[in-house]
Design a binder for this molecule. Structure first.
Ligand code: TRP
Length: 554
């Protein structure tokens, strides 16, 4: 059975088609959603440099390794290990972890991808997000104004706290306690605190109004109200179980239809359409963003390295993200590589894919940051960046609804070209290892993955049981189904998978003939360089992340 499936194997129609498909796998929510916000949180330029080093020293060599494993074996992510080491079945486990990881990632990735479809529709009119007049009596707005414009010195703070009845404490803890008390005073719903803080908030509101002038003050208040509204809309969106399931299902159906069409007839064709459009839309939006007044500042933020902003978490984050964004560590690139023709060389393809992926991530930053800088928003660019901050900033501005719509279409395209690669890993596996037909593989796997994703769609309020269910915990935080899967996959399974793949190809291949094949593929000048990276540099880097996660090193 195994041999038969190799013989009739589908192939990419052209090298360009393969590159577009692999770039499509790499370019996804990771580039357009996650990269901009982790870069923002880690201070911009310096993090970008760190990330580039990770892509070059770890990501790129592992991508070459995955392409080679696939191309030489012409097998799925599990079977390829059997071709390179037929004597020992244990190595197939690396691939089994990979296929399992693909399953897990796709189940929740499709849920988020579904949101982008619903948000595309919302953006067409933007009506929900628009605010004409701020309601100055709303407690949320008053609190937001207080947060933004209330500047108190520590001495003033402690005086206020003392008056409010909090006792002053001395020693190391004092500062932390006063922060906590301050929070209690301004966040708690206790009536006592509410009435205590009311005059203070009034004071700040009036001071801000006087200092900014009526018009500026109103603009600022509208913006805050919009942000509040957008965050409420997002919360309601997450809580609607039925529509979350609907969009999750729609996205899985799109994915399945493409994968059903096969390699050259489905994935390659789709990538040839999706990727150029994505690139053009992103380029267009970037040009528009650069004309905004915050454009220059955004550009400076992205290229000026400020190393003081980096910490040890930044390094881990950069390395972990390098795996996720290049779709490494679980056999996606092994699978795509297995459909390469013998004549196509892998090194230049891996280089092009890594460059395109990085370019698109940087372009996404240059679309988003100018908007953030122009509106000088206080909102942190966290996970709410796409679904809260962006609609809040753009709704009601000139052309805002068009820009938002184009943006969400683009994110949906990026997500779709990634979900097809995730499904293809599982489909190629069941085809090659169990001899299933593509039709059966696609349908069965999509349905099962959809079902595994159901709790991810319902755990944000859509269903009581799944909302309350916690699977894992991370420090003190209890993780729901969605977050547990994301945490498990991006923080553990991908880095461990990547480490094992690097160790396997660097150290475990005994067969001289296979070494010769690899050398021949890479060329005599590149081979030693790659060999050094894959044998020593990549495994050591990845082992450091893992050791740090386990708590072996601080
Ligand atoms: N690389 C994609 C992104 O950046 C996600 C993705 C697609 C992926 N296929 C993968 C991640 C395989 C890991 C493994 O969004």
């Amino acid at each position: 059975m195994d041999n038969n499936s190799t013989k009739g194997r589908d192939h990419w129609g052209s090298k360009l088609g393969f590159i577009l498909a692999a770039a499509g796998s790499a370019v996804g929510l990771g580039n357009i959603w996650k990269f901009p916000y982790i870069t923002y949180e880690n201070g911009g330029g310096a993090f970008v440099l760190l990330y580039l080093v990770c892509i070059l020293c770890v990501g790129f060599p592992i991508m070459v390794a995955e392409f080679l494993l696939g191309k030489i074996s012409e097998k799925d992510a599990v079977g390829c290990f059997g071709i390179f080491r037929p004597d020992n079945k244990i190595f197939k486990f690396i691939g089994i972890i990979g296929v399992f990881t693909g399953f897990i990632i796709l189940s929740y990735y499709s849920v988020v991808a579904g949101w982008t479809l619903e948000y595309t529709l919302k953006s067409l009119t933007c009506s929900e997000f628009i605010v004409d007049k701020p309601d100055y009596s709303s407690p949320e707005l008053r609190k937001a104004i207080f947060k933004k414009y209330g500047t108190f010195t520590p001495a003033e703070k402690s005086e206020i706290l003392l008056k409010a009845g909090f006792t002053a404490e001395a020693g190391k803890q004092a500062e932390q306690n006063s922060e906590a008390n301050w929070k209690t005073l301004f966040e708690s719903n206790d009536e006592n605190y509410v009435s205590l803080r009311a005059p203070l908030i009034d004071q700040v509101v009036e001071k801000a109004r006087a200092e900014l002038g009526e018009q500026k003050f109103e603009e600022s208040a509208i913006m805050m109200t919009k942000q509040h509204k957008a965050s409420k809309i997002f919360g309601e969106h997450l809580g609607k179980g039925g529509s979350m399931l609907f969009w999750h299902a729609i996205f899985m159906i799109f994915t399945a239809v493409i994968v059903y069409g096969g390699i050259s007839g489905g994935i390659e064709k789709a990538s040839r359409i999706l990727m150029p459009i994505l690139f053009l839309l992103l380029g267009g939006l970037m040009i528009h963003s650069l004309t905004l007044s915050g454009g220059i500042d955004a550009f400076k933020f992205l290229i000026n390295p400020d190393f003081a902003k980096l910490n040890k978490h930044s390094i881990l984050e950069a390395l972990g993200h390098a795996f996720f964004t290049l779709s490494l560590g679980m056999g996606a690139m092994i699978t795509y590589g297995s459909y390469l023709s013998k004549k196509d060389k892998v090194t230049s393809s891996a280089m092009t894919v890594s460059i395109l992926d990085t370019l698109i991530a940087l372009m996404a930053c240059m679309v988003l940051y100018p908007i953030l800088f122009t509106y000088n928003t206080e909102v942190s660019a966290g996970a709410g960046l796409l679904f809260i901050t962006l609609p809040a900033l753009l709704a009601g501005s000139s052309g805002g609804s068009i820009i938002l719509t184009v943006f969400f279409i683009l994110v949906a395209f990026a997500a779709l070209s990634s979900t097809i690669s995730l499904l293809e890993v599982v489909v190629t596996y069941t085809n090659d290892e169990f001899g299933w037909k593509r039709k059966t593989s696609t349908i069965v796997n999509s349905v099962v993955i959809f079902l595994v994703g159901v709790p991810s769609a319902l755990c944000f309020g859509g269903n009581k049981f799944f909302t309350e269910l916690t699977l894992l915990s991370k420090g003190d935080a209890k993780l729901n189904w969605f977050d547990s899967f994301d945490y498990l996959a991006s923080n553990w399974l991908l880095p461990v998978g990547g480490l094992l793949i690097a160790l396997f190809i660097g150290w475990m291949i005994k067969d001289q003939e296979k070494h010769e094949l690899i050398k021949e593929e890479l060329g005599s000048s590149f081979y030693p360089f790659w060999n050094f990276l894959i044998k020593y540099v990549s495994p050591v880097c990845v082992a450091i992340i893992i050791a740090n996660k386990i708590g072996l090193i601080e």
